[in-house]
Write a protein that binds this ligand. Sequence first.
Ligand code: ZN
Ligand code: ZN
Length: 279
Amino acid sequence: MTDAPRSDAAVAHDYHVHSNYSDGTAMPRMVRAAADAGLDAVGFADHCNVSERDRMIRAKYEYGMTLDRTYPLRREGIESLRERYDLEIYDAVELDYAPDDEAEIRAFLADSGFDYAIGSVHRVEGENVQSHSTFADRSESERRRIVDDYYDALADLVESELFEIAAHADLIERTPDLRGYTTSDHYELIADAFSRSRTVPELNAGRALGDYGAFHPASDFREALADRGVEFVAGSDSHAPDELRDRIPAIEEAFDSWGLDPAKLASVEKSARLSPAEE
Ligand SMILES: [Zn+2]
Ligand SMILES: [Zn+2]
């Protein structure tokens, strides 16, 4: 794939957008935006949590993030949209990962039959690492420990082989109170794990045009991964149509400026409805 001609740098597949089956916008509006952005494929990867821990179950019902129950309905909607649009629409999931939940995750993925699964570490010690208020009172050593725990969980995610994609590798960097604690040891740990795994990282644009202003993973981390021959898929992590329209050109520019080509998920391409000429 690295020998592909330059024209392949165009971002044709966005594997990570959200709909109102989690915290995004209704699917028809997102598909319309994907078509406007010139994509050949867009993947709905709505948030999902299958932990049996009480706190996670309560949070899921309070926030209405119940894709573990509603994915059959969303699937009907995706099938319906596929009839009206030329572009590929993937039926995917962004699943919360915690090492303790592996058995539940494995069983859920085997039952549900998504086109692919994105794994995400969003929480450490039960706290969402994107929270702007949670970590302000923590000491330096506590913050360092939280960041260590985050990367240990991410390494476990990659090594679990449960997921096609691992989301936003240095997610904690978007949180001001946790920023700057990522070390080269963390890069090495994660890059080594990816180099041995079927799981690929994404170039995630979730905060690239916002307050954080950078892609995940950030430059040094990205280089540690690229040095090991690890490739990236494109994930705009859009929750609204305008985000998708704005982020696709930004992701394309980023891949281009780093001399990288976006990867495609071979497992999805083979099973999918693409004609042989397009593969
Ligand atoms: Zn996420
Ligand atoms: Zn997301």
